[in-house]
Design a protein around this ligand. Structure first.
Ligand SMILES: [Zn+2]
Ligand SMILES: [Zn+2]
Length: 527
């Protein structure tokens, strides 16, 4: 039961262009500067006509390769990140790069004068000198090895220089014959992780290929069919006669980024696009400071909150100011409870130490789940399909903790992640877990990935009652209050006792977790 929010008014030039859909509107909106208006629509049409191997994709691939090689060669990680970001921006840029003069390239977000110079070079020569130099310094096959889950750049170089390994298949052979163990820094644990990585790359291939083969406008049914064909059938959820969740049930998106961290679109741009999807609410959850590469600070976060509040006054869509916290190896998060209570919503995710053993990782998750400020565990198993294996954790214990504390598990809708993996959704639901289906959008196009998450939820047998962002705002807010409400009541009770004196107010409050959400159980006589 959601009320349709007032949409941002679409400009008349847009409504006069026949045949344009919302997706096109979003694309046109993401034209960063001079291309708004009818010219933007024309360039969009040009982009659609130009086929798969576009200049944008070619340029993006070279910039991405340069970023990877910089990382591989131990170069400046911030520089590598700038190139990665530029690659993302160029790849997602709606106008054909070939049509933009060199002098205007810096208008693309994330493209400064140095990167613009390299793009110019690519357009003239098909590559750029810095990339060629770097390619020449690295041994053959090192980049392929670095991409094997569990290997990474440093080990890739070591494997190629010390064992002469030049491909993933040679690596598998070496691991199976026990040759890796003798390398300095490689123990049986590393060997096991690498074998697991190679295994994941192999088992994920079918799903990855099936998802990639889907057309750009694939609907939930087609995605669900791809899942059903490539995820173990016994993992599908039981259908109990209630209608399964649909994209039209989704009232908002609870995990997304802006260009304050690694997104490529401004806060205003993301909010406008979310409103264009007809959402009743939308959460902005940029990265928290412990993910050092994102250069977040407390001050920047507070400034963003003010911007979100100001923007909230200009739309009927409810804006939630949140963050994506980093779950540290010990389960703690970026800020203390006092600061966290200022957020409307907190997603918490594992972004480091993926290789912890099962017991340690389980403890880590449960500590985060029990944090009264944490509402959603983001991309819970941190897998990237075919590229990173899921972390190892006691899932039953994780589900029980989520159900007990009122913490949702995310179904990350990115087709590269699909995490919580579809094969686990039904069991989590059986354990009483609630879910958030989020796009974790870093660009406008990412917002359209919601259908992938919904397809996964349908595969797991979820209905809208299982998904917190298919609920009306009031019900969602109740869920998000989690432990915060109790903490606030407790604080006011203490203030009450303090201001009236213990003898005149002989009551104190007991707060006990119960069922899916903690609740105030009652008032008890004080000591
Ligand atoms: Zn994340
Ligand atoms: Zn995220």
């Amino acid at each position: 039961m959601r009320t349709a929010p007032r949409r941002f008014k679409r400009p008349t030039w847009f409504t006069r262009c026949p045949g344009l859909r919302t997706l096109d509107y979003l694309d046109v909106q993401s034209l960063h500067c001079a291309q708004r208006g009818p010219a933007g629509v024309a360039s969009l049409a040009a982009r659609d006509n130009r086929g798969m191997a576009s200049t944008n994709e070619e340029v993006a691939a070279l910039l991405r390769e340069y970023a990877e090689l910089l990382g591989l060669s131990g170069g400046d990680p911030f520089r590598a990140r700038n190139y990665e970001r530029a690659a993302k921006a160029v790849g997602g840029y709606p106008q054909d790069l070939a049509a933009i003069p060199d002098t205007a390239l810096t208008k693309i977000s994330g493209v400064g004068s140095s990167i613009a110079g390299k793009i110019g070079e690519i357009r003239r020569t098909g590559s750029f000198a810095a990339l060629e130099e770097l390619r020449a310094t690295l041994p053959r096959g090192a980049d392929e090895l670095a991409r094997v889950p569990g290997v990474g750049p440093k080990r890739a170089l070591q494997l190629s220089s010390e064992l002469g390994i030049t491909s993933a298949s040679e690596l598998a052979e070496a691991a199976n014959s026990g040759r890796l163990r003798n390398l300095p820094g490689f123990g049986p644990k590393t060997e096991e992780a690498i074998l697991r990585g190679i295994g994941v790359a192999a088992t994920d291939t079918a799903l990855r290929t099936a998802l990639r083969a889907l057309p750009d406008d694939a609907g939930t049914d087609a995605i669900e069919a791809a899942l059903a064909a490539n995820v173990p059938a016994k993992a599908a959820g039981v259908r109990r006669g209630h209608p399964l969740i649909a994209v039209s049930d989704m009232c908002g998106d609870l995990h997304g980024h802006t260009d304050l961290t690694d997104g490529i679109v401004s806060l205003e741009g993301m909010v406008e696009a979310a409103a264009g999807r007809g959402y009743a609410y939308y959460a902005i959850t940029d990265h928290a400071p412990n993910l050092v590469m994102q250069r977040m600070t407390t001050e920047k976060m507070l400034a963003q909150r003010e911007a979100v509040r100001a923007l909230g006054g200009r739309t009927d869509m409810k804006l939630l100011h949140g963050t994506e916290l980093n779950i540290a190896p010990d389960g703690s998060v970026d800020w203390d409870g006092d600061f966290l209570s200022g957020f409307d919503i907190c997603v918490a995710s594992v972004h480091s130490s993926f290789g912890q053993d099962l017991a340690t990782m389980t403890k880590r998750f449960i500590a985060a789940v029990e944090n009264p400020a944490v509402n959603i565990i983001g991309h819970p198993l941190t897998r990237k399909i075919g590229r990173r294996p899921p972390v190892q954790a006691d899932l039953d214990a994780l589900y029980a903790a989520c159900a007990r504390t009122g913490t949702a598990l995310e179904i990350n809708a990115s087709p590269d992640r699909m995490d919580l993996p579809p094969e686990h959704i039904a069991a989590a639901r059986e354990a009483g877990v609630k879910f958030a289906i989020d796009t974790d959008a870093h660009s406008l196009v990412d917002l359209t990935n919601m259908r992938y998450g919904v397809a996964a939820a349908r595969f797991g047998g979820l209905t809208s009652a299982d998904v917190i962002n298919a609920w009306p705002l009031g019900q969602l807010e109740q869920f998000l209050a989690k432990g915060r409400l109790c903490l606030r009541l407790l604080a006011s009770s203490i203030r009450f006792r303090w201001s009236y004196g213990a003898s005149r107010a002989p009551v104190t409050m007991a707060v006990l977790p119960s069922g899916a959400q903690p609740e105030v159980r009652g008032w008890f006589p004080g000591r």
